[in-house]
Design a protein around this ligand. Sequence first.
Ligand SMILES: Nc1ncnc2c1ncn2[C@@H]1O[C@H](COP(=O)(O)OP(=O)(O)OP(=O)(O)O)[C@@H](O)[C@H]1O
Ligand SMILES: [Mg+2]
Length: 296
Amino acid sequence: MAAQALHLVPPTSVAEPLLRARNVTLEYRSEGRVLRATDGVSFDVYRGDRFVLLGPSGCGKSSLLKAAGGFVAPAAGSISVGGELVRGPGPQRMAVFQEFDQLPPWKTVKQNVMFPLLASGRAKRHEAEERALHWIAKVGLDGFADAYPHTLSGGMKQRVAIARALAMEPEVLLMDEPFAALDALTRRKMQEELGRLWEEARFTLLFVTHSIEEALVVGNRILLLSPHPGRVRAEINSHQFDLHSAGGAEFQAASQRIHHLLFGADGAAHEAAPHPAAQGTALTPAAADAETARQA
Ligand SMILES: Nc1ncnc2c1ncn2[C@@H]1O[C@H](COP(=O)(O)OP(=O)(O)OP(=O)(O)O)[C@@H](O)[C@H]1O
Ligand SMILES: [Mg+2]
């Protein structure tokens, strides 16, 4: 029996990345002008990673996430998932965005979560309903299955969007600043709950933020991107950090190190002006310092 079992073990010992981004250059064209959002960005995301794209406003984080989702095609380079080139959106790559209006308002919470399951043919009505109720409970929305989005708080709407994405059991969960529009306490709670969901379901996460603190808390690996156009500055490991370590010396040191890697020793920010929607939470040196101070 043992010999037979040994025979079945594949000869490879090195894991293949689940998502591969290779020299990804993203451009937007309008009225004859070309705007380069990212320049030759490469990274590998492994199964079960909580991989964070971190960089100042306008460095192309959202553009990279959209490219991974198949909503934007690279001008050069490629993104593949499970060895297959990303050519368009697909049910194996579900996204959660920052905006609270990502849920169709005419559908209840349950109908919202069921919709991708039914539309993609992943589940028939009965199974879709079961799965939806399971994930609605998992994100703490028991009792709200029949509520409409306009009756929910921002945090609750984000929970629905997370349930909707995870119910699909995607290969990769894409999240673009999903907690950025929430108040500080709710944001912290949502970060904690995302960690708890990951502990349970071990999905692969590609997460965008411009908050150093959030990157350290959420991620196990962080890709640092330069200001516009985004280029890879560095990649760091951050698996040792969580919300409980956020006030500690090691966390502060990592935060400072990232700050230096992003902005240089003089702390001068060369990046474009913060996105209007970012409202002062953009990763400028001042904001990053404030974050560090908040944790102290
Ligand atoms: N649809 C679009 N058309 C034209 N230019 C765009 C479009 N989307 C983004 N850009 C430009 O591409 C660059 C990168 O934008 P992107 O939204 O990816 O940055 P970001 O890192 O997500 O910023 P933020 O932290 O503010 O969300 C910016 O200069 C932006 O103006
Ligand atoms: Mg963005």
